[in-house]
Design a protein around this ligand. Structure first.
Ligand SMILES: [Zn+2]
Length: 349
């Protein structure tokens, strides 16, 4: 009976049309594709066997839940971005997987330095390959895709500015936002404030990874000083009750990623995840996958986790989807149309 109930709940959540605002291309690669690339391109790896490769690029039981273990997986993945064709294939597969999970609107983010540096490509080239592939893939899979360009916190300000300039130049190719990601505890955001202010003036939307493993003060800094309209994760906002209230009043959207938050140790256990608590306090929370390849998850899995272990129910999940649509980095009329479409779909439910 328990299985039956779980099974029908999964079917319901799977069938829901969805919005995803926070998914990293580099964290979305299919394991089977990685094995194929490793073999075809003779990559220098300990093994070409799927199960031997898995713990190197995916979180597995026995991994300690901490941020550095999580980031290690990305480092090895850089070896796989071997040709423009492979990067395009990864974009296609990532968008196909999102569409198969009934995602209707996806904002996919990528780090152009990660995609280019290992093989000596220019970051502007990598950006072009991603935008072209995303343009084609969204047509093939009937899903609307917009792109967010990511700056790593460990980059120099010089490189950050170069990335921001390339992102602004790619606005006509589907790039809508700029993001800052990486280890908050080792690299403060302060050196990048001017870069983000400039990008915002040029018309890009801003989202910042903050309050994930770093303190809640990073969230306030991102909103007040860097122009962030959305916050990646923001799980630690609750350390400052006034901040939670303020986020609700300001209408800041949190891009929360439950499984990722467990894998990075940002949250100790599912029942301690603040998703429901923040929603009840009026914060515009959304549910996302972060890195479906690395965490071996789908957006349906994340909804299921939220319902089964985080006190959410179907109306609450729908509310988070509406919040996500309302926070899409789209022109006002397109955003309004997206919200209306979801409201109409959810009304009979
Ligand atoms: Zn992220």
């Amino acid at each position: 009976m328990v299985f039956e109930a779980g099974h029908s709940l999964r079917s319901k959540l799977s069938a829901l049309p969805k919005v995803e605002l926070h998914r990293h291309l580099e964290g979305s690669l299919r394991l089977e594709t990685l094995v194929e690339i490793a073999r075809t391109h003779h990559l220098d790896l300990p093994s070409y066997d799927l199960e031997t490769l898995r713990p190197l690029v995916q979180v597995v039981g026995g991994d300690s839940p901490d941020f550095s273990t999580y980031l290690e997986k990305f480092k090895l993945l850089r070896r796989f971005y071997a040709t423009p064709e492979l990067i395009a294939r990864m974009v296609h597969e990532c968008i196909a997987d999102a569409a198969a999970d009934n995602i209707k609107y996806l904002e996919l983010r990528f780090n152009p330095v990660a995609l280019s540096k290992f093989r000596g490509f220019e970051l502007e080239q990598a950006m072009l390959w991603v935008t072209e592939a995303a343009e084609q893939a969204q047509r093939d899979h009937h899903v609307t895709v917009r792109l967010i360009v990511q700056i790593g916190r460990d980059e120099s300000v010089f490189t950050a500015r170069r990335i921001a300039e390339a992102a602004v130049a790619a606005r006509h190719r589907g790039v809508v936002g700029l993001d800052l990601a990486g280890d908050e505890t080792a690299y403060p955001a302060t050196p990048f404030i001017e870069v983000f202010r400039w990008a915002k003036e040029q018309g890009l939307h801003i989202t910042i990874h903050a309050g994930e493993v770093g303190p809640s003060a990073n969230i306030r800094q991102a909103v007040e000083h860097m122009g962030a309209e959305r916050i990646g994760h923001g799980v630690r906002a609750g350390e400052d009750p006034k901040l939670v209230q303020w986020l609700a009043e300001q209408g800041v959207t949190l891009e929360m990623c439950p499984t990722s938050n467990l894998h990075t140790g940002a949250v100790a256990g599912p029942s301690e995840h603040p998703l429901r608590r923040y929603l009840e306090r009026g914060v515009r929370v959304t549910i996302n996958t972060d890195d479906p390849g690395i965490s071996s998850t789908t957006l349906t899995d994340e909804y299921l986790l939220a319902v089964q272990h985080m006190g959410m129910d179907l109306p609450a999940i729908q509310q988070t989807i509406l919040y996500a649509a309302a926070a899409a980095f789209l022109p006002k009329d397109e955003r309004g149309a997206l919200v209306t479409w979801f409201e109409q779909v959810f009304a009979p439910l």
